[in-house]
Design a protein around this ligand. Structure first.
Ligand SMILES: [Zn+2]
Length: 101
């Protein structure tokens, strides 16, 4: 097993695990309840971590991670091509009409 990501929040770790699963990569979250001890131990020990089940998935997992982080860093808004509604850039579907952005 190999650690590929240290998350600030539990939800970030689970979002990444979900993304990896969509790519056919098995991974698990460790330390999800440990953030209360941050300050007593080094942060990268206490924060939620994503570990790959199979080291052979590392290259593909890194690609998923890069895409995931790029998406999380996206800011601003996107205009729906169907209804012209403004959506946050992180949305994949228009909140108004449901069309893919
Ligand atoms: Zn729309």
């Amino acid at each position: 097993m190999q650690r590929i990501f240290v998350a600030l929040h539990r939800v970030d770790a689970y979002l990444l695990v979900h993304r990896l699963a969509q790519a056919g990569i098995k991974a698990h979250v460790f330390n999800e309840h440990a953030s209360s001890i941050v300050g007593d131990v080094p942060p990268d020990v206490a924060q939620p971590q994503v570990w790959l089940d199979d080291d052979a998935d590392r290259a593909r997992a890194d690609a998923v991670l890069v895409a995931y982080e790029a998406e999380r860093n996206r800011t601003g808004s996107a205009i729906c091509p169907a209804c012209s509604e403004e959506n946050p850039a992180t949305f994949e579907l228009c909140w108004m009409c449901g069309r893919s952005l």
